[in-house]
Design a protein around this ligand. Structure first.
Ligand code: GLC
Length: 665
């Protein structure tokens, strides 16, 4: 059952696809207090029993269970994902409350700042505050967590499905200098039989970091390179950023300006901020015409043969504006008057650090919404990246409505899950970030983002080979399996490491699993389900399972439980039912160990990782390949325990169902 309550004048966020009539009477489950408009205007609160669990909020720090922290929905370009953070790149305003005595969901369709105090001030109380006060609140009721998750997806629409090749391994790095280097990366993978389906091109490919341009010196024969890469079964995936450099004579700027496609200051002049290309204008994605113009910019690249893109810097990230620069210098001039006052240094630091992504800057530009309203940016801030994704996807559809393209974005809002996937932004080569990514998976799925992944190996800092290997072991199960790292960090391609053969063997498991993973992914999308689920979703009666933070259900048959700690040679696992442990070293080399319900210690040396398959079920393991084009959907092995009579319906990319029966080996 879904109830809707409107507050103030809600914005059209494109998040909801169902037309839910407004409900009468008091809001169930919540206390509601309406305050002054524009100032923490609406508060929703509820009390919590000690054992209540909170799922949701998609891309956020900390655990699967969100209780015990304060989160703020405010899309932020923020590279240090430490556990004190309240915001990351996205805003996903869904919360499911699950306890002995209650079960409900709440969704705030609100594009402005929302604060979620989930037992932070008081462990037994949750308080959610909308700054705007212009929103639709949805209350979801159902008889299980799974039922509410499904209901929410029906409310917000079907998840995006990429082409199957996007499930292949993708190599990426900020800093590939040009075609020669990029070709070498592909060659090194192929030479060593390390599977590969995609190569991302970061901002280095652009002419002066300008969107929709090409640095001809570095990439002298783009068409030839693209074609050769495709012959090698590799897709090139360019990055596109949100900002468009203000420069007359630059086609994207000129055409955007002519179409009045950019955000403006209150008086109507262009809003400008510095990002990678220098001073930029920002497409007004809230506006239909601007979206159409932006979508058209991809066309020459699509015509050239590109089939996948990643959209970045779309919170939008602002390095500084002329105004924020002025404010910082004013503080510096003030400090120069009192050099003896060392405490002023703190203000100085804050002033310069605060130049980027400054709240005042977000209050200084305006959008023309589709409904004609002119709206100040901060009121709808969290929509910006989502609407960039929308513009891009609309551009793809206009180019070819029948083709699937790969698209993933850094910033997102619920609704964007219908148009593309997400990656989790600039993580670090830290062990804690392996776990952070794991924790985000089910909550992202809950919010509709089935196609997701993190930078394997870690983006910032120098990785180590054991960390990369453990990241890859998680990556085997992630829809987006991409190794990405930052400029000036240790080179992170698999072949750079002494244990590259171990890493290659890990990837063979991925390719053997792609038919199954893709099938489970598409089923989850089409049935409004989740690929990754907290154990509580499948075993709500099992008190031990519902509080398990470091294991996840995967698809219909499996459970995953990665190793998260450096130098660990195994881990404890709780099995909510009898399961077959598949301990993989490669697609050819794995142990099959039946384990009964209960606690187990599983030994997992560095090159080993587990997949647990429910007793009486099996998974289809394909012979694998070095790229998805060569995957064969015919000869499956069927590891399973006691699976007599079991059948798996494999959903293939061409939408054909292939019935696979269990065979005893
Ligand atoms: C941002 C992105 C990162 C990319 C870099 C350069 O930090 O999050 O993935 O490599 O910009 O484009």
């Amino acid at each position: 059952m879904i109830y809707r309550y409107a507050f103030g004048q809600p914005y059209d966020t494109d998040a909801v696809v169902l037309d839910v009539p407004p409900s009468e009477g008091a809001v169930p489950h919540l206390d509601v207090a309406v305050g002054e408009k524009g100032q923490d205007a609406v508060r929703f609160s509820f009390s919590m029993d000690p054992e209540d669990i909170l799922f949701g909020l998609g891309e956020t720090v900390r655990g699967q269970n969100k209780r015990g922290h304060r989160y703020v929905s405010w899309a932020s370009d923020i590279p240090n994902h430490t556990e004190n953070l309240q915001s990351l790149y996205a805003a996903h305003n869904l919360l499911l409350v699950f306890g002995k005595n209650r079960l409900f969901g709440l969704y705030l369709d609100d594009p402005g700042r929302v604060t979620w105090d989930l037992g932070w001030t008081r462990r037994d109380r949750a308080e959610i505050v909308s700054e705007n006060g212009d929103l639709n609140l949805y209350i979801l009721e159902g008889d299980s967590l799974k039922a509410i998750a499904r209901e929410f997806r029906q409310l917000t629409g079907r998840s995006y499905i990429p082409p199957r090749w996007a499930f292949g391994y993708i190599q990426s790095r900020w800093g590939y200098a040009g075609e020669a280097e990029a070709r070498e990366v592909i060659r090194e993978h192929r030479k060593r039989h390390i599977p590969l389906d995609g190569l991302c091109l970061d901002i280095d490919y652009m002419d002066d970091f300008k969107n929709f341009t090409w640095r001809e010196k570095a990439f002298p024969n783009l068409q030839g390179f693209l074609e050769d890469a495709r012959k090698d079964h590799v897709h090139l995936i360019p990055i596109i950023d949100a900002g468009i450099r203000q420069e007359e004579g630059y086609a994207a700027y000129d055409s955007g300006k002519a179409r009045q496609a950019f955000c403006t200051r209150e008086g109507g002049e262009d809003f400008l901020a510095a990002v990678w290309p220098g001073m930029c204008c920002f497409p007004d994605f809230m506006n239909r015409d601007a979206r159409q113009w932006f979508g058209e910019q991809y066309r020459p690249l699509l015509e050239a043969g590109f089939e996948g893109f990643w959209n970045d810097m779309n919170e939008p990230a602002l390095f500084y504006t002329e105004q924020s620069l002025d404010r910082a210098f004013a503080t510096a001039r003030e400090q120069m008057k009192h050099p003896e006052d060392y405490e002023g240094m703190w203000f100085l630091n804050a002033a310069f650090n605060g130049m980027a992504n400054n709240p005042e800057d977000y209050r200084s530009f305006w959008h023309r919404m589709d409904d004609g309203r002119r709206v100040r940016h901060d009121r709808v801030h969290n929509l910006y990246g989502a609407f960039m994704t929308r513009a891009t996807a609309e551009g793809f559809r206009a180019f070819d409505p029948d083709r699937r393209f790969l698209l993933f974005s850094r910033s997102s809002f619920i609704g964007a899950h219908r148009n593309g996937g997400v990656w989790m932004g600039d993580n670090h080569s830290w062990w804690s970030h392996l776990k952070l990514a794991f924790h985000m998976l089910p909550n992202l799925n809950l919010c509709g983002f089935l196609f997701c992944g993190c930078d394997l190996g870690g983006f910032g800092c120098d990785t180590t080979e054991d960390l990369l290997e453990r990241f890859l072991q998680l990556g085997v199960f992630l829809p987006l399996m991409r190794n990405h790292s930052a400029l000036h960090t240790r080179e992170q391609e698999i072949y750079r490491f002494s244990i590259w053969e171990t890493m290659r063997d890990t990837l063979t498991v991925r390719y053997a699993l792609i038919p199954y993973l893709y099938s489970e992914f598409v089923k989850a999308a089409e049935e409004d389900g989740m690929l990754f689920r907290p154990l509580a979703f499948d075993y709500p009666e099992d008190a031990r399972a519902v509080h398990t933070e470091d294991q996840l259900m995967l698809g219909g048959e499996c459970m995953i439980a990665p190793v998260f700690d450096q130098n660990a040679a195994g881990r404890y696992v709780y099995l909510p039912e009898d399961m077959l442990l598949l301990r993989f070293r490669s697609a050819e080399d794995y142990d099959e160990i039946p384990l009964e319900q209960g606690d187990h210690y599983v030994e997992l040396q560095l090159g080993e990782f587990p997949l647990f398959v429910k007793r009486h079920a099996f998974i289809p393991l394909s012979p694998g390949a070095e790229y998805t084009d060569a995957l064969d959907d015919a000869a499956f092995r069927t590891p399973g325990w006691d699976a007599e009579g079991a059948k798996y319906e494999l959903l293939r990319e061409d939408r054909e169902m292939l019935g696979i029966e269990w065979k005893k080996e």
